[in-house]
Design a protein around this ligand. Structure first.
Ligand SMILES: NC(=O)c1ccc[n+]([C@@H]2O[C@H](COP(=O)([O-])OP(=O)(O)OC[C@H]3O[C@@H](n4cnc5c(N)ncnc54)[C@H](OP(=O)(O)O)[C@@H]3O)[C@@H](O)[C@H]2O)c1
Length: 167
């Protein structure tokens, strides 16, 4: 109850930031002599919190890799970010978190670039009201929000974070 109130009121937590803080405020004192050497992967950057996170990290000079299942929407976000930060390096790649094959393809493509992975913003998520199954025959919300993001419960499932860590 106390935590909920603190959240609703925007009271700062141990990090010094609260729910009313913006991405710009959170990152404004970050110092890095050469931020363009840093690579951030941001999932779910085609809208909402992910797009705003991508905008702010690009503004701070980081290289962005945006995996998206809809590359047209991702290109629109890229244009929007570069409207503010024309020098921003933004790499778009296809990835659908509800498909293990797609996650695997993305991980292979990313690793073939030979870039470091300094920041991973595991933001993408969805909620399906109706029962839907993925191509791998898992329930869609569970597959997208948990199986696709976290260390795999099954050795044959190459999940996003796990696959990147292992290689
Ligand atoms: N906003 C809130 O109040 C709130 C509260 C609690 C938790 N969250 C969580 O915070 C995260 C961001 O929230 P938001 O409000 O910014 O959400 P949002 O605007 O709905 O954006 C969700 C993002 O996830 C992507 N996505 C969904 N399914 C995907 C898949 N199978 N593969 C790849 N990308 C996929 C979407 O891509 P497409 O463009 O392809 O759809 C979109 O970019 C979500 O994980 C959400 O559950 C948000």
């Amino acid at each position: 109850m106390r935590e909920t109130l603190r959240y609703l009121l925007g009271v700062a937590g141990p990090s010094g930031f609260g729910s009313s803080c913006t991405g710009e405020q959170v990152t404004q004192d970050i110092y890095c002599s050469n931020p363009s050497n840093l690579t951030a992967i941001i999932t779910g950057a085609t809208s909402g919190i992910g797009a705003e996170t991508a905008r702010v990290l690009a503004k701070r000079g980081l290289r962005l890799v945006i995996p998206a299942r809809d590359l047209k929407r991702a290109a629109e976000v890229k244009d929007w970010i570069q409207g503010e930060s024309p020098e921003a390096e933004i790499i778009l790649m296809e990835m659908d978190l509800s498909s293990f094959a797609s996650i695997n393809r993305f991980c292979s493509m990313f690793l073939s670039l030979g870039l470091p992975l300094n920041i991973l913003v595991n933001n993408a998520g969805k909620y399906c009201k109706k029962l839907q199954l993925t191509e791998d025959k898992f329930e869609m919300t569970f597959a997208t929000n948990y199986l696709g993001k976290s260390p795999s419960p099954h050795p044959s499932h190459a999940c996003f974070e796990f696959a990147l860590l292992l290689r």
